[in-house]
Design a protein around this ligand. Structure first.
Ligand code: TEU
Ligand code: CA
Length: 530
């Protein structure tokens, strides 16, 4: 049997640090807060934490605008706090993955200040500067991901600079070898501090068309969609030479042992799988966001899983993501009952699952009053429902004021349901979604077939679908009902089966012969008993 890497067997848990645990009453989560909650994560049963950016930042995009890659923002703590967090996490067997944001810096980064100081600055070519068109307009038609033009005019030096996101987030020029070398040193800085890997922000954006050609219009554009959708991003992203850049990062990680490279990539499956790289020299895990975008029904989901499995390159390790800080929460999308089915799906598919903090307590959409909006995207394109604040609200630990997150005023509101929807309450309820997550995580650790076993689709049964996970003599069958209606599933061709775990958290050990009586919103894991 092959040796599996920790990032193949393990489960990743994303922490949005502003919202996990505050320890100094400023209403914003911090590194000491994460440290205090490590025992919870061990109890829950995850293997690695990925922490969204903690670096010094003006916070125009809440840390995705970095002013110093090699330090910690005072809001989150100090480098000393970080070292302590790493030591405490490692002491508990938890890996720590940092967010690496190489596509753009803050406009307050010393590199950009230098770059914009004059056309002859030694760092001018570290960013993407272009002359205006003869009529003074921007060099091409590219649009910012957060709305408006992607080019910002710099009066002092008479050129435009490119920013795929906010104008406070100028894009670095990865064609410049000095930029590559400087960023590789950033990776080494954190790798030497024993970081176990990186989630690389917008990795498919790093290279742009060398000729900066106009993007073509998107024929499928619908009013009400974000402005970025007006154009097909074919020249501004996903360029063939990005793979050499990623391979370069990977080589830096290979200077160290056992580190993981995860890439954030919003692309359809056939283009996504290219990010494993030639000879698998690219990202270990190109994030697979398909569960987030696929309609929640049995046909689409079962087809998706088979298509993804079939598209993987030989030796490429699968992964699945159910939510993150940019996407509506799973419980908001599919409802509380199906969120439990989604948990079973995520934690029984082949490949590395990534969970998003708060999903384990079934946190849903939190309404954000107009005067509490924080997200710059919502501020730029209001009223379209693009705002990401509803999925970034504080973690709910207990029923005390502010849910135990802070003693001060939380930076985003808590869910009004926090008195019931919190870790303390749900821990003591054996039927809660939190208990279900914990059971699923424990089972996944105990039954290796669930993490590293092979995957085979069994088929669609009305409103349910089933698949099999096998490793050696161990054979588990997962059956998921994607509707509220009960359904009888004929499993007579599957031999004798025993119930191992249900999303209803009952019926364990019962034998299933022939027909499985699946309740509405129920998922069941069965084991083969000969
Ligand atoms: O997100 C990249 C990205 O493409 C998202 O903006 C996405 O388009 C949007 O949220 C809807 O799907 C990454 C980070 O995760 C995000 O938080 C940052 O704002 C962005 O990059 C810029 O760094
Ligand atoms: Ca704080």
């Amino acid at each position: 049997m092959p040796d599996w890497q920790w990032w193949q067997r393990g489960v990743v848990y994303q922490i949005y640090p502003r919202s996990f645990q505050d320890t100094n009453g400023d209403g914003i989560g911090d590194l000491r807060g994460i440290c205090e909650r490590l025992d919870y994560l061990v109890w829950l049963g995850v293997d690695a934490i990925w922490i969204s950016p903690i670096y010094p930042s003006p916070m125009a995009d809440f840390g995705y605008d970095i002013a110093d890659y090699c330090n910690v923002d005072p809001i989150f703590g100090t480098l000393g706090d970080f070292d302590r967090l790493i030591a405490e996490a490692h002491g508990r067997g938890l890996k720590v993955i940092l967010d690496f944001v190489p596509n753009h810096t803050s406009d307050q980064h010393p590199w950009f200040r230098e770059s914009r100081s004059s056309r002859t600055s030694p760092k001018r070519d570290w960013y993407i500067w272009r002359d205006p068109k003869p009529d003074g307009s921007p060099p091409n038609n590219w649009i910012s991901n957060f709305g408006g033009p992607a080019w910002e005019w710099d009066e002092a030096t008479g050129q435009y600079y490119y920013h795929a996101f906010l104008k406070e987030q100028p894009d670095l020029n990865w064609r410049n070898p000095e930029v590559r070398a400087a960023m590789h040193d950033v990776l080494r800085f954190w790798l030497r501090r024993s970081v176990d890997g990186f989630r690389v922000d917008v990795i498919w954006h790093l290279m742009k068309d060398p000729e900066f050609r106009d993007n073509p219009p998107n024929p499928g554009f619908q009013p009400g969609r974000p402005e970025i959708d007006r154009l097909l991003q074919i020249h501004s992203t996903d360029q063939p030479d990005v793979h050499e850049i990623i391979a370069g990062m990977r080589r830096v990680l290979e200077e160290f042992e056992d580190r993981v490279l995860i890439g954030e990539i919003y692309l359809p499956i056939e283009r996504l799988v290219a990010y494993y790289g030639q000879d698998l020299a690219g990202a270990h895990l190109p994030f697979n966001f398909q569960l987030i975008h696929t309609a929640w029904n049995v046909r689409e989901l079962s087809t998706l899983i088979d298509e993804y499995e079939a598209a993987l390159p030989e030796g490429g390790w699968p992964n699945w993501v159910l939510g993150n800080h940019d996407q509506p929460r799973i419980a908001a999308r599919v409802g509380a009952a199906q969120a439990r089915v989604a948990a079973m799906l995520l934690l029984t598919l082949r490949g590395t699952p990534t969970m998003y903090y708060g999903d384990e307590i079934g946190l849903a959409k939190v309404e954000i009053p107009d005067d509490a909006v924080q997200d710059p995207w919502e501020k730029n394109e209001p009223g379209l429902g693009l705002g990401r604040d509803p999925e970034r609200t504080p973690m709910q630990w207990d029923s005390s004021p502010h849910a135990g997150f802070t003693t001060g005023k939380p930076w985003l509101p808590l869910s009004p349901t926090y008195a019931e929807c919190n870790v303390e309450r749900m821990r003591s309820d054996p039927r809660s979604i939190l208990s279900l997550y914990r059971r699923l995580l424990a089972l996944r650790r105990e039954r290796k077939a669930l993490s590293v076993g092979s995957y085979r689709s069994i088929g669609v049964f009305g409103t349910a679908f089933a698949y099999e996970r096998t490793l050696g003599a161990e054979r588990l069958i997962v059956v998921l009902n994607l509707t509220h209606e009960p359904h009888l599933v004929d499993l007579s061709s599957q031999g004798r089966l025993r119930r191992v775990l249900s999303t209803c958290l009952d019926g364990e050990g019962d034998l299933v012969e022939g027909t499985l009586d699946l309740r509405g919103d129920e998922g069941v894991i069965l084991e083969s008993v000969g």
